[in-house]
Design a binder for this molecule. Sequence first.
Ligand SMILES: [Zn+2]
Length: 115
Amino acid sequence: MSDITEAKRKLPLPALMLQLGLPEKHTGKNALCPFHDDHNKSFSCYQNDKGEWRWKCHTCNIGADEIDFLQHYEKLSKGDAIKRFLDLAGVERSRPPLGSAFRKVRRLRPLYSAN
Ligand SMILES: [Zn+2]
């Protein structure tokens, strides 16, 4: 199972939204959109036939999965949204990006000093 699949199992979309401090009126099938001033319940949060959580706002015309929600809600890049989602779900990343970045820098250094 990938880290993201595990995180989605641990922290499904409605739980993620509550964890971000959104009130329950945003988390249902007929819900108020957290991204615009919504009075018509344009937002919906549902499970597809594969059991995956999805969200959609018919007014903003955006919607996808938990990571996409974080991207929009906290204005993150896709990569940062994935990291943030794994942190929120309490899932350890199998390859810490910081460690591999350090290793890469060390490997590149001799090349630079040769020039
Ligand atoms: Zn909206």
